[in-house]
Design a protein around this ligand. Structure first.
Ligand SMILES: *Cc1c(COP(=O)(O)O)cnc(C)c1O
Length: 387
């Protein structure tokens, strides 16, 4: 009897950090200056160049970037921010952090992003901002978004945590729009381990943001400081910025590779299994931050068993994301099942398959074969092939 070689576990994502970046990190550690300094400045300039010269400021997380962006817009108690229920919980938490109320609007079944056709009905005299999310990196329709924002005089805080390198009408997310927030969390397409940045409109805005980022401090010419307003503690370290600079050298290659791997999924996925695949994005707008099929309706209640089965076959599967309004935090604020049927349906069936630049075509094929095995097992179909 021959035993098949044991294949290593394939996680749903894994960062790619090259040796040059690792030496750059070591150089920062040896330099004696390890917190915010020259590497952060270099990274901010490089990002600003990428975004057509717009001011960019680094922070220590995407969450901090969003929260401080809302504060910058003067959003606070008594105000409402319109957002999607289908996102990482940070998107809604930051609205609560500033004392405002998140107002959810259901998502579009095809794009899985906020349904812009439903946004205007949710606008009230208390609405101050729109906070859309580019889920899995697929950009929200920027033309429609800004048409609504302009008509109602609203600020936009783009939660572009997942869409670094995505494009709208041939222009990169971040180079257009109002405030644009990115995350550099370990799982994002461009990482600094933890970190984020905000793209702003003017130098004046950037200066106010710097104060919000670091204790409200203004440095005076005589070496003293003045503090007029509250500020938090959200500056990035030079260690993190060195990682970011290393990532920036590869991000376009990374994203191109993700697109190739996504294409491979579309080619190899067995459509007879009854999954709904994500939008194919034939215009190459997105950055393929994630590849997320939806389980067949009948198997939705058995998602946990599917994930376990995939794990036993050596494949890591994630869930991004359950509908946020169904968390106790928001049920306690009056939301209930049935409020956003599309987000609830997608949230109950979504599964995130492995997709990261270091994967091979053979890895994609292995995932597709494992999915077929796992679904057969759930349906108790005996298969001849080795599963
Ligand atoms: C990752 C993420 C965030 C938060 O970013 P952190 O860097 O983890 O704070 C916010 N919104 C979305 C959509 C995200 O994916």
């Amino acid at each position: 009897m021959s035993s098949a070689p044991v294949q290593p576990m394939l996680p749903f994502t894994r960062p790619s950090i090259d040796e040059r970046t690792i030496s750059d990190i070591a150089a920062v550690l040896r330099s004696g200056w390890i917190t915010t300094g020259p590497k952060c400045q270099e990274f901010e300039s490089a990002l600003s160049m990428r975004f057509g010269g717009r001011p960019v400021r680094l922070v220590n997380s995407g969450t901090a970037s969003l929260e401080l962006a809302l504060r910058l817009c003067g959003v606070g108690p008594g105000h409402e921010v319109i957002t999607t229920p289908h996102s990482w919980i940070a998107t809604a938490n930051v609205v609560l952090s500033v004392g405002a109320t998140p107002v959810f609007v259901d998502v579009d079944r095809r794009t899985r992003n906020i349904d812009l056709g439903l946004v205007e009905a949710a606008i009230t005299p208390r609405t101050r901002a729109l906070m859309p999310v580019d889920l899995a990196g697929l950009p929200v329709d920027r033309d429609h978004l800004y048409e609504i924002a302009q008509r109602h005089g609203l600020r936009v805080v783009e939660d572009a945590a997942q869409s670094f390198g995505s494009q709208w009408n041939g222009r990169e997310v971040g180079s257009i729009g109002d405030l644009v927030s990115f995350s550099f969390h370990a799982n994002k397409n461009l990482t600094t381990a933890e970190g984020g940045c905000l793209v702003l409109n003017t130098d004046e805005e950037a200066m106010r943001f710097e104060k919000l980022r670091l204790q409200g401090v203004t440095r005076l010419p005589d070496g003293g400081i003045e503090v007029e307003n509250w500020g938090g503690k959200a500056n990035l370290t030079d260690i993190a910025a060195a990682i970011g600079l290393g990532q920036l050298r590869h991000i376009d290659t990374f994203n191109a590779r993700r697109r190739e791997l996504a294409r491979r999924y579309f080619e190899r996925w067995d459509l007879s299994l009854g999954f709904e695949l994500p939008p194919a994005d034939l215009e190459n707008r997105g950055n393929w931050h994630m590849f997320q099929p939806l389980l067949p309706q009948a198997l939705a209640p058995r998602r946990g068993a599917f994930i376990e089965s995939m794990k036993s076959l050596g494949i890591g599967v994630g869930v991004h994301y359950p509908a946020m309004h169904l968390f106790s935090l928001f049920r306690a604020r009056g939301y209930a099942r049935g409020d956003f049927p599309v987000a609830e349906d997608i949230g109950a069936r979504t599964v995130t398959m492995p997709l990261f630049p270091a994967m091979t075509e053979a890895d994609v094929d292995r995932v597709c074969a494992a999915v077929t095995c796992a679904i057969s097992a759930l349906n108790r179909i005996k298969r001849k092939s080795a599963c």
